[in-house]
Every structure is written in C-alpha cells, then in structure tokens.
Write a protein that binds this ligand. Structure first.
Ligand code: HSE
Length: 347
C-alpha cells in the first residue's frame, strides 16, 4: 500500500468533490488499487485553513462547509496557515493546487506550484492558469526535482482527454483537435435551446458548480481558449499563448438566434479548435451553427467532446463530462493513480 499525504490549496467545488470521493470511495480505492489518499491540510482563502499530520476527515470537512461555510470550527492541531506555510510545513507528498484560475497571470497558483516542486512534492492541479501560461517551465522544474505534475482536470474535467492525447495517441501524430471544451456554455446553449433565458441558464450553471468563480471566463470563451492552449502545447508540442487563439464567446448569441437555428434544423455550439497547418498552428474558439446531423450537435448540457484527428488512426472522439464537482474531483484521483504508477515503476 502506498499512502499519499495530500495538501489542498483551495476548497471550492473541485476540492469538495474530491473530498467526497475520498470519503465515499477512499477505502475501496485503497483496497483495490493499493493507494491510500490522506488529506492532511486544506488552505482556502475564504473558508480558512487546517492541518493535521494524522489526516483530516473528509466527511467532517464537507460537513463544516455545508453547515457554516467555513472550516474554523473543526478541531485540528493547526489552524490558519496560508498557502505558503501549508506547502512549507505540512510535509505533504502531493500538492493539490485548486486555487482560482487566473488566465492573465496564472497567480497565485504558479508560485504555489513552484514552491511545492522545490520542496519535492508532486503536483496535481485542475487550474488552467499555470498550465496554459507556463507548463513547459513547470514540467522542466518538476523533472529536475524528480516529481510529477498531473493536469488531467484542466481539460474536460475527469474525462481523460489529456491522458488519451499524452499517452495513447502520442505516436499517432495528432494534427487537429476540435470539440466542445466548456461545460458552462454548452449547458447554457442547451438550456436556451429548451426555452430557458440566458440569465436563468447561467444561474443554473453556477448553481451546479460548472462555472468559473467569475463566469465571464466561460461565456466570453477565455476558459475554452485556455484549454485550447493546453491541448496545443501539451499534446501537439506547440508553443502558443491565449492571445494566439481567435476567440469569441456566446454572449452575442440571442434567444432569437437559437430559435432561428432550431427552426432550420441547426444548433449553436461553442467550438474550440487547434490545427497544425502549413502556416503554423491555427487555434480558435467560435460559436458555430451546426446541422443536427453533425455529431457535436447532440453533445448537450455540461457534456464535452473532442475529436483528435491523427495521421495513423484517423479521427478518435472522446465524449464525457466537462465540468462539475465529482467529475473534476475524479481528475485528481486519476492523476494520483498515474503518479503512483510512475512511483512504483521507478522504485
Ligand atoms: N468552467 C469550466 C467549464 C469548468 O464550464 O467547463 C471546467 O473546466
């Protein structure tokens, strides 16, 4: 049995989804896969911070947030540590970086990740900021310190798009990746297609934990553009930034546009795409009106889909959850299992 001591920076939807999986499935995962997940620290700017070297009860963490919205009432030997102190003093094996996404600066997550790598901690993050902005630098730093970085949850939540591209399609030469990579906007467009207003659909997406802390990132296409950058740089060895993505969100679409499309047998979708061309990498995020026969037109709600076009296999399509507490929490579990496989392979 390998035991991993995990420090969580951020305890919002994703952290809580992960804690729920540890609570409900942790023993089964330990018995079946030989991986014990022990949350030793949680540090959240709004909900407070706790550290217990013997482990924190995930059920108690979840209950505290549900009852009072913060963690200060829970018993633990140490309270109030900020992210830096948590990384420095919690003796964690893995830093689970879940602070809010900032696609402009990547901070504070980049600093947390650098600090933890230098302390010899493995990294798991669902935060798109640091990965879209400086994955090559962080990956090199991780190699230097002999630790791993898990980023599965940055694209399509727990649906294994990154691992599929990184591990299984790597020799097939991916030339184009195209699909629906933002759950919030896909949910909003589906709800509007069913007659909901834009604002009611957005409020529901926020309620269900699909949207970013600031949903502007979703509806203006920045979140999808960040994911396009990650897919391009991590899976296609490109070196683009969010400024290279020709981006438009869904805010200019009206209920009338959606109704008109429906009457013509079509559906609006926010389509993300990145392609190797003779003039370099072309990347875009654009609302696109698809005929109902198009395979992506029936991908609805928070579900995402990507098609990898490859030289050796042709098209390979993956469809699955793109957002949500448990779906993204699961990405952390799958990254930890991958880290464990590598640790075991090296020992
Ligand atoms: N806000 C994101 C989405 C969350 O709606 O897809 C998952 O990255």
């Amino acid at each position: 049995m390998n035991t991993y001591r995990l420090a969580l920076i951020g305890f919002g939807n994703v952290g809580q989804g992960f804690a729920q999986i540890v609570h409900e499935q942790g023993d089964t995962i330990a018995q079946q896969l030989g991986v014990q997940m022990t949350i030793v620290a949680v540090s959240d700017l709004l909900k407070g911070s706790l550290y217990n070297p013997d482990g924190l009860s995930p059920a108690a963490l979840l209950n505290a947030v549900k009852e009072s919205g913060d963690l200060s009432g829970l018993a633990a030997p140490h309270h109030g540590w900020d992210a830096q102190r948590t990384i420095e003093e919690s003796h964690a094996d893995v830093l689970v970086e879940l602070s809010y996404t900032d696609l402009q600066t990547g901070e504070p997550a980049i600093s947390h990740i650098r600090q933890a790598i230098e302390k010899g901690q493995h990294i798991i993050t669902t935060n798109k900021g640091p990965i879209a902005l400086c994955y090559p630098e962080l990956a090199a730093l991780a190699r230097k310190h002999n630790v791993e970085i898990g980023i599965e949850g940055t694209v399509m939540s727990g649906t294994p798009a990154v691992r599929l591209g990184q591990e299984l399609l790597t020799a097939a030469n991916v030339t184009r990746i195209q699909g629906i990579v933002n759950g919030t906007t896909n949910y909003i467009l589906s709800q509007m297609d069913n007659g909901d207003t834009y604002s009611a659909a957005l409020a529901e997406a926020q309620d269900r934990g699909y949207a970013e802390a600031d949903p502007t990132g979703d509806v203006e296409g920045f979140d999808a553009a960040g994911k396009v950058v990650i897919l391009a740089n991590v899976l296609m060895h490109a070196s683009i930034t969010i400024h290279d993505v020709d981006r438009q969100g869904i805010t200019r679409l009206t209920s009338q546009d959606i109704k008109t499309a429906r009457n013509e047998g079509k559906r609006w979708k926010l389509i993300a795409s990145v392609e190797k061309t003779t003039s370099g990498i072309q990347a875009s995020v654009q609302p696109t009106c698809l005929p109902v026969e198009h395979p992506l037109s029936s991908v609805s709600g928070p579900t995402n889909a990507v098609t990898f076009t490859t030289d050796l296999l042709g098209d390979v399509t993956l469809i699955g959850p793109g957002a949500g507490r448990l779906a993204t929490g699961y990405a952390i579990v799958s990254d930890l299992l991958a880290i464990d496989r590598n640790v075991k392979a090296h020992s």
